[in-house]
Ligand binder design. Structure first.
Ligand code: NAD
Length: 341
């Protein structure tokens, strides 16, 4: 168990194989519970939680980003109202970052906030998105633009749920753990570089969570230090936008990290990507102008400068202010090579 220390918003992160079946002991489910899951998550996970609730309602949303919408949130809020949920009832998200972000958002709104529990079932959500309290939906094609900081009452992580997760999704989430290792924990990074990550998945989850816990405890609302979690994300978001769904978020972060690292770190990252079976895209895969436009658009609010995270040495990421031109110049460094990196 890891304790997230955030004053009155503190909570436990319970990590153990088989925990899903013990949810009733670890969470207060002795009330009305709105369980939010999606079509891609094996239904047994939500059902296992439901069996341990006093009165459970299961809401299955479509899989994918389109469910992170005001429309879906309204649907769920309406169902809670119709089922006469009170201020003392709760919401549980069972799935990846999509239902986690949506569930937290809904919980933050109903009667100005009801208890929220997160039961993440993807690597990405287990190592990253389930803790930290960022909830959101998308609007007008802009990701995570509507939301609140709203901490869960507890997070329940059962690594056994990853047994059903496709390999590509597993690797996608591991990139976020590699990110945390690269900026803040060399031992975590070395589990990928010098060892077989498959033997250490539980340890990887725990170590990544400890990095995030440390960062969030010091900077809950992202005024400075929390930006360290954005390593690879500035350029990564540009690739994600220009990929039009062909590459997953973590894969784009993996590319983004390469552009914000010293040569030595780049070599180590590439070695890890090869071990994970992640093939770097060929250069023509992306329209570079589109990537640049997305990066510039993303950072418009900050004028011509932007905070980036640069890793010159593993375990020592630094938050730096770069001009937009400096960021965009990084993309030029390999333009005549066959591969994106
Ligand atoms: N709140 C935060 O701090 C934060 C941080 C990072 C990312 N995010 C958000 O997280 C989302 C991405 O999360 P994700 O990568 O988990 O994607 P996701 O929630 O879309 O899950 C990926 C896919 O895996 C399926 N799935 C989930 N669990 C499964 C299981 N155990 N077995 C089989 N299939 C399963 C889902 O149905 C989905 O199709 C994005 O919306 C992103 O904005 C939030």
């Amino acid at each position: 168990m890891i304790r997230m220390e955030l004053g009155k918003n503190s909570y436990n992160i319970e990590i153990e194989r088989g925990h899903l079946a013990k949810a009733g002991e670890l969470l207060n489910l002795n009330r009305k519970v709105m369980i939010i899951t999606d079509e891609g998550v094996p239904s047994t996970y939500a059902e296992t939680i439901a069996q341990q609730c006093k009165k459970a309602y299961i809401k299955v949303v479509s899989q994918g980003e389109q469910s992170k919408s005001l429309r879906t949130a309204e649907e769920i809020l309406t169902e809670m109202l119709e089922a006469q949920f009170s201020r003392k009832d709760c919401v549980v998200a069972v799935g990846g970052g999509v239902v986690g972000d949506l569930g937290g958002f809904v919980a933050s709104l109903y009667m100005r906030g009801v208890d929220f529990y997160n039961v993440p079932t993807t690597v990405l959500s287990q190592v990253d998105s389930s803790i930290g309290g960022k909830t959101a939906v998308n609007l007008a094609g802009i990701k995570n633009i509507i939301g609140a900081f709203y901490q869960p009452k507890a997070v329940l992580i059962d690594p056994d749920t990853l047994n059903s997760l496709p390999e590509r999704q597993i690797v996608n989430g591991l990139f976020e753990a590699i990110k945390m290792g690269a900026t803040s924990d060399k031992e975590l990074f070395d589990l990928f570089l010098n060892d077989d990550w498959k033997k250490h998945l539980d340890l990887i989850i725990e170590k990544a969570l400890l990095v995030k816990k440390h960062v969030v405890e010091q900077d809950e609302k992202e005024s400075h230090l929390r930006k360290i979690l954005n390593y690879g994300h500035t350029i990564g978001h540009g690739f994600e936008s220009a990929a039009h769904g062909r590459y997953l978020h973590g894969e784009c972060v993996a590319l983004g990290m390469l552009y914000m690292s010293s040569e030595e770190v780049q070599e180590q990252l590439c070695e890890i990507y090869e071990k994970l079976g992640f093939e770097l895209p060929e250069f023509y895969t992306f329209d570079l102008e589109e990537v640049k436009e997305a990066i510039t658009h993303d950072k418009k609010a900050n004028g011509q400068s932007c905070s980036i995270v640069y890793v010159s040495e593993i375990g020592h990421g630094s938050i730096e202010e770069w001009s937009m031109d400096e960021v965009l110049d990084r993309l030029e460094c390999n333009e005549d090579e066959e591969y994106i990196w």
